[in-house]
Write a protein that binds this ligand. Structure first.
Ligand code: DGY
Length: 323
């Protein structure tokens, strides 16, 4: 019997990165492609001191009470709305996440999704694949310009600022944003970014990108009222979290022409997608892959592994959520 602490890797990940845990711990891994059920996760966590999770494992008070030996939860995601942070803190369980390493990759994807939405890329590709392209026409799939347009960003954290940089410096966009706190003047100046009230953001943006964290206060931050404030020519892109947008209201708005189009990488209740969204043509849908480049997913996994090793070796967490 080994005396090494036991850890659980709850989702299949890069073998060579997981192997870095083995000199320190007894490691049990999920080798399947899918997530375990909550009951199976709890059963597998018995006797484990640490767990490596992604954004899909639910760490709540019930799980923590059922797993009293658990000391640290290391997530490879930056968002941690799947973890009850106060419940962890009350029980002395440390939580770490993976900020920074995915910022630029997620911003690349947010910008790409916004462009695909504005320029109707998937809608026109589906048309072509269906064999419906019979002749070139002046207005066929004519969309909105991105360059020179007004980019509205809701949530101006690291990823929001990285998207703003792409827009302002690469595409000559005018940047407006809404966030709980304003950026410092020296951060706003190079981007020409201007803080505005949320309603003004909705009214002015040609392309609105959501990059705010999910919390009860951001639940349905974009619903029927907010969509009605937007321009009928505007696009909405969500690379933040499902639940920030009321998907039913969005599907109605897309059908009614309240806004022109949407690009969604995240959904309420994912992996289920609101059935109405699947029937509207003017929406680009992707399965929560904004951070999914191989180097970035490796960096996220690596940071979670480093956190697990640091904490269970008696060191300080590298990226703590509840220090
Ligand atoms: C994150 O890191 O929060 C991404 O959304 C992947 O879950």
């Amino acid at each position: 019997m080994s005396n090494k602490p036991k850890v659980l890797v709850a989702r299949k990940t890069f073998d060579d990165i997981v192997d870095r845990l083995r000199p320190h711990f007894d490691v049990e891994c999920n080798e399947g492609e899918g997530a375990w059920t909550q009951d199976e996760l709890i059963a597998r966590l018995q006797g484990k001191a640490g767990v490596y999770i992604t954004g899909t494992e639910k760490i709540d008070a019930k799980l923590l009470d059922a797993c009293p030996e658990l000391r640290v939860v290391c997530s490879m995601a930056v968002g941690y709305n799947n973890v009850d942070v106060p419940a962890c803190t009350q029980r002395g369980v440390l939580l770490t996440n993976a900020p920074d390493v995915l910022t630029e990759t997620t911003a690349d994807f947010g910008f790409a999704l916004m462009m695909a939405t504005a320029r109707r890329i998937t809608e026109s590709e589906h048309f072509l694949r269906r064999g419906e392209w019979k002749s070139w026409s002046v207005t066929m799939f004519a969309g909105a310009d991105v360059h020179g347009a007004t980019l509205g960003i809701l949530g101006m954290g690291r990823i929001g600022q990285a998207i703003a940089r792409r827009g302002a410096l690469g595409f000559g966009m005018k940047v407006i944003y809404h966030n709980r706190s304003r950026l410092a003047a020296e951060q706003e100046a190079p981007l020409g970014a201007r803080w505005v009230e949320k309603d003004e953001l909705l009214q002015q943006a040609d392309h609105l990108v959501l990059v705010l964290p999910y919390s009860p206060s951001s639940h349905h931050a974009i619903g029927e009222r907010e969509l009605k404030l937007m321009k009928p020519t505007a696009t909405l892109t969500n690379v933040a979290r499902g639940g920030i947008v009321d998907d039913a209201a969005l599907a109605r708005a897309l059908k009614a022409g309240t806004i022109a189009a949407a690009g969604l990488d995240v959904f309420e209740g994912e992996p289920s997608v609101h059935p109405e969204l699947l029937t509207v043509p003017n929406v680009v849908l992707t399965p929560h892959i904004a951070s999914a480049s191989i180097p970035t997913r490796r960096a996220m996994a690596s940071l979670a592994v480093d956190n697990l090793i640091a904490v269970l070796s008696g060191g300080k967490p590298l990226t703590p959520v509840n220090p």
